[in-house]
Write a protein that binds this ligand. Sequence first.
Ligand code: HEC
Length: 133
Amino acid sequence: MKCWLITLISGLMCLISCEQQPYQIGQRLYQAQCANCHMDTGVGLGALMPPLAGSDYLAKHRQTLPCIIRNGLQDTIQVNGQQYAEQMPGNKNLSDIQIANLLNYVMQSWGNNHPPYTLEEVQQALNQCPAPK
Ligand code: HEC
């Protein structure tokens, strides 16, 4: 096989796998850290766990989502007109990049189509997290 062809093919393969990687990392993190409450398909669980699929909260609170992932949430919130008041635990062990990949998976899955976060946007948001109560 000609050398340029090999270069082209390996280049293309990297394009495919390198492109998908952040999404897949986000998916794996989601399955490990989030799916037991929000479910694999993001539908939530009845009146206890709010949905992420089709959630109007995502666009309305884009700025605070990174802090919610890191520090958790203990509040009474509205998602798609329903009230939720259970507690979500924080994920202090996740790095800024992991939070970005995780959020981008949520923003782009199950029919959600929100613009992806850049790492800078996530870090700026994390710098402004309210002090834990
Ligand atoms: C122990 C169960 C639990 C786990 C694990 C959990 N959450 Fe939550 N999550 C909740 C609850 C309960 C709320 C609502 C909190 C409130 O009312 O203050 C919530 C709220 C949310 C919200 C805002 C409301 C909405 O539905 O859009 C987002 C976004 C979210 N969680 C994402 C995640 C992500 C991403 C992970 C994984 C890192 C995760 N959650 C892990 C229980 C959980």
